[in-house]
Design a protein around this ligand. Structure first.
Ligand SMILES: Nc1ncnc2c1ncn2[C@@H]1O[C@H](COP(=O)(O)OP(=O)(O)OP(=O)(O)O)[C@@H](O)[C@H]1O
Length: 259
């Protein structure tokens, strides 16, 4: 990870962000989000289905057009002309990891630095230094035995840890993970969350979308709960079950009144 030019600037700052109006929802998907996340935080992003969690994560890397407001990543505005710089600071972990099944774990991790290769390197393959870093990352993820194994032979938890290593080879300051534990059994869930916690302890800022409140309480320091494209709760993880119960009764009350 390259040192940050100014660690006092927030890792992520969203000022009143609003996306396009959605006629099916009768509102914008994100509807005035104001959030600031500092370097070194571990944040769980929570909310019911359709609340806007994935849209918020995607907007942070410029994958969703913003109609109003501003997003800054490490002080840089998320705009087309700065998108390269923004994405250098952020690693994005998609649901399911999206590995290439026919490639080894090592080659999957090396795919994370494809965008950085010079023309010469793309002719001659990845430099030794990249291969060394990829191996070290796989070792850190507890996958030293699987370095040359094809991705199709891995368990769900192992796949997701390869995907984390692929994200980390870009040395990001921030890791965004969209439901990284979906479809995993208890041991896979623990492996993935422990890997995120380990990287967090080394200074990475982590924002992870979760549906499991117990996991959020166990791993995150801060919870942000979205509802209908707005921040419903932003605070510590101690009372999130109570916050969710309040949110559910409010939605039931609103649906009963609308009927
Ligand atoms: N590309 C898109 N085009 C149109 N509508 C979209 C698009 N992506 C998401 N939406 C809508 O925006 C709303 C929020 O979706 P989003 O995926 O951000 O929610 P979420 O909180 O991540 O949900 P889940 O927990 O189900 O993954 C949903 O109503 C969804 O249908």
């Amino acid at each position: 990870m390259e040192p940050l030019s100014d660690r006092n600037l927030p890792a992520i700052a969203c000022h009143n962000i609003r996306t396009e109006y959605q006629s099916t929802l009768q509102r914008p998907i994100l509807n005035g989000i104001d959030v600031q996340i500092n370097h070194g935080e571990f944040v769980a992003l929570l909310g019911m289905n359709g609340a806007g969690k994935s849209t918020l994560l995607r907007s942070l890397v410029g994958l969703v057009p913003i109609q109003q407001g501003e997003i800054q990543i490490c002080g840089t505005s998320v705009e087309q002309r700065h998108i390269g710089e923004v994405r250098k600071n952020i690693g994005f972990l998609f649901q399911g990891g999206a590995l290439v099944d026919q490639l080894s774990c090592l080659d999957n991790v090396l795919c994370g630095c494809l965008g950085e290769l010079t023309t010469w390197q793309s002719l001659w393959g990845f430099p030794k230094s990249d291969r060394r870093v990829a191996m070290q990352l796989l070792q850190k993820m507890g996958l030293q035995e699987q370095i040359y194994q094809k991705a199709r032979q891995l368990s769900g938890g192992q796949r997701q840890r390869v995907a984390i290593a692929r994200t980390l080879i870009q040395s990001p300051h921030i890791l965004l993970a969209d439901e990284p534990t979906t479809g995993l059994d208890i041991s896979g869930i623990n492996q993935v969350m422990d890997s995120l916690a380990e990287m967090h302890s080394r200074g990475l800022t982590v924002v992870v979308v979760l549906h499991d409140l117990a996991l959020a309480t166990q791993y995150a320091q801060r919870a942000i709960i979205l509802d209908a494209g707005k921040v419903w709760y932003d605070g510590d993880c101690q009372n999130i079950e109570r916050q969710f119960a309040r949110l559910q009764s409010l939605s039931q009350f609103q649906s009963a009144n609308a009927a």
